[in-house]
Ligand binder design. Structure first.
Ligand code: SF4
Ligand code: SF4
Length: 101
């Protein structure tokens, strides 16, 4: 079955390492480096985070969205790097539990 994103937002809990083209593209939106990034515990530049999720994750009516979708980093564009999302399992379980209620 082809991959279908369920927009659960779990992948946005992963730290997204930034590359030079990502930074250049994000700066073109008018955001400063401090607005969209932070250092991780190894000193690498990653997307800014809040409460263990990306700062730019937005949840509306239970559906995840990206506030900078058109300018999101390469790693976000390429995730899940194939035909399957390994995090989708959590979401399917969540669906099943809700169906039982
Ligand atoms: S974890 Fe998978 S299903 Fe959920 S939003 Fe990310 S890509 Fe989509
Ligand atoms: S930039 Fe967008 S797609 Fe990437 S982690 Fe943040 S909210 Fe998710």
């Amino acid at each position: 079955m082809p991959f279908r994103c369920r927009r659960c937002g779990l992948c946005c809990s992963m730290a997204v390492k930034l590359e030079k083209p990502d930074i250049e593209m994000l700066k073109k939106t008018g955001l400063s480096l401090e607005d969209f990034s932070q250092d991780d515990d190894k000193g690498r530049l990653i997307m800014r985070r809040v409460n263990n999720y990306c700062y730019f994750l937005r949840i509306e009516h239970g559906v995840a969205g990206c506030a900078i979708y058109e300018h999101r980093p390469r790693r976000c564009r390429e995730y899940p790097y194939g035909e399957k999302c390994s995090l989708i399992r959590h979401f399917v379980l969540h669906d099943l539990l809700n169906d039982v209620k």
